[in-house]
Write a protein that binds this ligand. Structure first.
Ligand code: KMH
Ligand code: ZN
Length: 271
């Protein structure tokens, strides 16, 4: 089986310090945690920027500083968010692309997001995709609902993204696709042959879905953006602790963990 790519989603836009005291917020904290996740076995770090007071921001300068600081420490793939927070404008959400990362997220449709709406109409998807294509950035297609796979295929037809695609199934967001094994198997069956995929299970679904992805030949995303607990009632010490557990289980299962350069090969990222 292909080596396992572990993505560490270390900050997100929603989690607060009140909920998770070890949440990295400043560029220094984010870079330090990205490095710890790299040492624990992550080959991609999914990043969201925050202002010093913890407010989510899509500010270009902050993303550039985060990227520079992570790259000074290790060769992990830096994957900024174009999703931002639900209230960010398209212009704000585009900003991290201007730092020319190797990879970035591209959410493939609109969905409920708790009591909010995560808005991704056709125009947004096309603008993100076109900018990524222009800059040679590998999109990670974020799938929160089944129909979003069709939206991604439409972008392929329009020549805005290229096969093979890499999908991330974000499962268990309240109001979007539930985090069941049946739903995961169904989604995997709906993507084009030759695609790669990872799964990000939200909250208590993170670990069971990760275990299934390891066995199914998919890849895994863990970290405070998706889940702040190590086990029921016990906060995780860090996202690196969550990465370390998945790496350990995968190796025990007989599936080695990919280095960043191996992940680049698997994902067809030419750097
Ligand atoms: N924070 C969510 C509204 C992404 O990073 O691309 C969107 C999100 C997806 O986290
Ligand atoms: Zn995100």
């Amino acid at each position: 089986m292909e080596k396992l790519i572990i993505t560490a989603a270390i900050t997100g836009a929603e989690v607060t310090r009140e909920q998770q005291p070890n949440l990295p917020i400043t560029p220094d904290e984010i870079a330090e945690e990205a490095y710890r996740c790299y040492l624990a076995g992550a080959s991609i770090v999914h990043v969201h920027a925050r202002k010093p007071d913890g407010t989510p921001t899509q500010d270009f300068e902050i993303y550039r500083e985060i990227k520079r600081k992570i790259e000074a420490k290790c060769n992990i793939i830096v994957q900024p968010s174009t999703g931002g927070a639900v209230w960010h404008s398209i212009e704000e959400r585009m900003q991290p692309l201007y730092t020319n990362p190797e990879m970035a997220t591209l959410s493939a449709g609109t969905c409920n997001f708790g009591s909010d709406i995560f808005i991704n109409p056709q125009e947004y998807m096309e603008r993100f995709a076109a900018e990524m294509k222009k800059r040679g950035i590998k999109p990670e297609i974020e799938i929160f609902e089944r129909g979003m796979i069709e939206n991604a295929l439409k972008l392929v037809k329009k020549g805005l993204i290229d096969l093979p695609l890499h999908f991330d199934f974000v499962m268990g967001v309240p109001g979007a696709i539930p985090a069941t094994i049946n739903d995961l198997v169904y989604l995997v069956g709906c993507i084009p042959e030759g695609s790669t995929w990872s799964v990000a299970g939200i909250g208590r679904f993170e670990l069971p879905l990760a275990l299934h992805a390891i066995a199914m030949g998919g890849h895994v995303r863990v970290g405070f953006e998706d889940n702040i607990y190590y086990r029921k009632g016990e906060l995780a010490k860090s996202s690196a602790q969550l990465v370390e557990r998945v790496a350990r289980i995968s190796r025990e299962f007989g599936r080695e963990v990919a280095t960043p350069d191996e992940a680049r090969k698997i994902l067809n990222i030419n750097s």
